[in-house]
Design a protein around this ligand. Sequence first.
Ligand SMILES: *Cc1c(COP(=O)(O)O)cnc(C)c1O
Length: 340
Amino acid sequence: MKIIDLRSDTVTQPTAAMRAAMLDAPLGDDVFGDDPSVNALQGKIAAMLGKEAALFVPSGTQSNLVGVMTHCGRGDEYIVGQMAHTYRWEAGGAAVLGSVQPQPIEHQKDGSLALADIEAAIKPDDAHFAKSRLLCLENTIGGKALAMDYVADATALAHRRGLATHLDGARLFNAAVKLGVPASDIARHFDSVSVCFSKGLGAPVGSALVGSREFIGRAHRWRKMLGGGMRQAGVLAAGALHALEHHVERLADDHALAARLAEALAGIPGLAVEAPQTNIVFVDLVGGRREAGAGLLAHLKSRGVLATGLYRLRFVTHLDVDAEGVDRAAAAIREYLASA
Ligand SMILES: *Cc1c(COP(=O)(O)O)cnc(C)c1O
């Protein structure tokens, strides 16, 4: 039985064409700046985002950390969403390794941070306070694309108040495909952007931090300090480059599959399905079914379907699932809730 793994878009296996590209990649020592495949990837992603330079890093977590540490020094703070990856899901790295204080604020329903809340969180220049230095946004956030007007307004506010801006764009291309804009239209509002190649783009490893030449020059030292200087990293970069060349437009297929799953689940008693914008479907267990999460996940597993969550289940579509798989997942969910 083929496993339908909907836990995350990080679970994809490299395609045969991607493996071939990785196998054939010209290599060098990237710590000397000598790896042609890393250099090609950095040039390509910088151009796609309309920035001067980029830095290939092992993970999105390191990319965000290097970004925050390049913008902020000891005793500075960054304003960030309560549920943002850069605050909640990166083990407190900015505080632990960067001595940078996070100032988390609540999200609105659409995943944004209210302009008034951002404004209120910016500290005056006073010895009591950490120095507000950076605004971090995330796009997509919880599978939702931030509105273009909002991105423009929030980053303009930050810049007006003397803050730099960083985008955790782990799924930036999902947002761009959803909104029907080039990724550079979103990226241009930010001083730095992090993108993941290992999510929906389907590469096995890697992220990039993108920004001005001067910024990336300084980021380079932090990457080295954090242990992210890799040697013949072109073998990985070639997979990411292949993903940028072949797997961006197809993200629309993942979004369509997520919509297909949401439609198949709509109306099942005990489920409240949030209409997905991109490749992530959230389903709340409600009413008498609120406690059904663990049993449902175990049942799905017995049917070869993997997902995560407890009261709020999460299903993520990607390169390695198709319509048949999504339909099988929906049927297994329906089967459990009809019987239990
Ligand atoms: C996955 C993810 C990251 C970082 O991921 P790594 O697992 O460290 O590569 C950062 N931000 C968001 C929003 C993510 O989804």
